[in-house]
Unconditional design. Structure first.
Length: 428
């Protein structure tokens, strides 16, 4: 077998392979053995026909086709292995020359794992934001806790700030109901600023049983592009009003909220939790920044097959998340003013996929350079953490015994360790 390599790009290679008579003869014997299983010869059971007998009863054209397929398949696998080239997809084969029993010449083209050239990963710009917890942050948490302990009483008086109201509403723009603008038996606390400006204020003063129209406009900064600055009408029915009596913030309240003997203990605990949360967020941001810088400083060719696979995964996850929110992809495309699904994939999905592929490739290379590995004990501990999260789901627990799931967890663990090493190298 003779192999010639031609690099078509940083991510694609073409191998030209020539096989001689001996390789074709070996392939013919393999093919004959396969075809003999299905040959019917009087006096022999199916699958028990000797190869020598089968050879006289096999269609020569079929034998030649099978032998050529087997010869090419074996040669492709051998060539990529011997040349230490990692193909990312099934090679595309094109036969250039074929003389039965004498020679075959063909090309095998495939996308490959590219060579990654790392930038100076030890001199990145690391900026760690120091977590600051303001007194107002603690107060906000306590106010939410007070809402949870509120005593609610149905009343028939007019609604005022602080009341919890139960409402039905239908939002229309130009007399046409818009997506996400309709709800039934919706619980809304007046003064919470949960809705657009004017909505909650418009309910104040109404009594249970009232139906009224609220003429409002969405803010210019609203997150749904299709509704920014738009004038709308909400036909609203106030079904019930619940007066909320909030508990005083005293030591008794602290004891109800947890294992605390005083408000000071409660506030200190909230402050610690908020500080830990902000620290995690700050560290996550640092990790993202460092990986982004490393990508910028490195040469990271991106194979199209990896981008396509990643884009498909992003699309699937995105549609699933929309479904959980009661929305469809069409709703999202309209709201964000994409022409169609292809436009969304090109402008939003594909750039994200490219970024993820580059991150994966550059971190995989860094793990090799820094000789980072995940030990058996570390993997077992990691798998156990996942199992604890799904302790009440027997079906999910079974999945963690599957080799492909464990490989996925091992890859995640290796990525985490590599990112931590990147942080360590740049925050000494």
């Amino acid at each position: 077998m003779k192999t010639t390599i031609k690099h078509l790009s940083d991510t694609k290679v073409e191998l030209t392979i020539v096989l001689g008579a001996s390789e074709l003869a070996d392939a013919e014997q393999v093919a004959l053995t396969k075809l003999a299983r299905d040959v019917k010869v009087p006096g022999f059971r199916k699958g028990k026909v000797p190869v020598a007998v089968a050879q006289k009863n096999v269609d020569p054209a079929k034998l030649q086709e099978q032998a050529l397929d087997d010869a090419i398949s074996k040669a492709v696998a051998t060539a990529f292995t011997e040349e230490k080239i990692q193909a990312l997809d099934r090679p595309t084969v094109e036969v250039k020359k074929f003389v039965p029993s004498e020679t075959v010449e063909f090309t095998a083209e495939a996308e490959i794992l590219p060579k990654i050239t790392l930038g100076d990963y030890k001199k990145l710009k690391a900026t760690i934001e120091k977590p600051v917890v303001a007194a107002s942050d603690v107060t906000d948490v306590i106010e939410r806790m007070r809402q949870g302990f509120a005593v609610k009483t149905d009343v028939t008086r007019a609604a005022k700030d602080g009341d919890e109201t139960i409402i039905d509403f239908v939002g229309k723009r130009d007399d046409v109901a818009f997506d996400g603008g309709t709800a039934t038996d919706y619980a809304l606390t007046l003064g919470s600023n949960s809705f657009i400006p004017g909505f909650e204020e418009g309910i104040v003063g109404h009594k249970p049983g009232d139906t009224f129209d609220l003429e409002l406009s969405f803010p210019d900064t609203y997150h749904v592009a299709d509704l920014k600055g738009q004038k709308v009408t909400f036909t609203t029915t106030l079904k019930a009003i619940k007066d909320q009596t909030l508990p005083a913030v005293d030591d008794e309240f602290a004891a109800k909220a947890g294992p605390f003997t005083s408000v000071a203990e409660l506030k200190a605990d909230i402050k610690r939790e908020l500080a830990a949360q902000k620290e995690r967020e700050s560290r996550d941001k640092l990790k993202d920044d460092l990986v982004g810088q490393l990508i910028e400083k490195s040469k990271v060719p991106t194979p199209e097959v990896l981008i396509t696979d990643q884009a498909a995964s992003i699309e699937q996850d995105f549609e699933r998340n929309l479904m959980y929110q009661g929305l469809s992809l069409d709703d999202y495309l309209i709201a964000q003013k994409f022409k169609d699904k292809e436009d969304w994939i090109e402008k939003e999905v594909k750039p994200t996929a490219v970024k993820r592929v580059k991150a994966g490739l550059v971190l995989a290379e860094l793990s090799k350079v820094e000789k980072i590995d995940a030990t058996t004990d570390e993997l077992a501990a990691h798998v156990e953490l996942y199992k604890q999260q799904y302790a009440n789901n027997p079906q999910a627990l079974k999945q963690f015994e599957q080799p492909e799931v464990q490989r996925d967890i091992a890859n995640r663990l290796l990525t985490e360790k590599t990112v931590e090493r990147l942080v360590e190298l740049n925050t000494k």
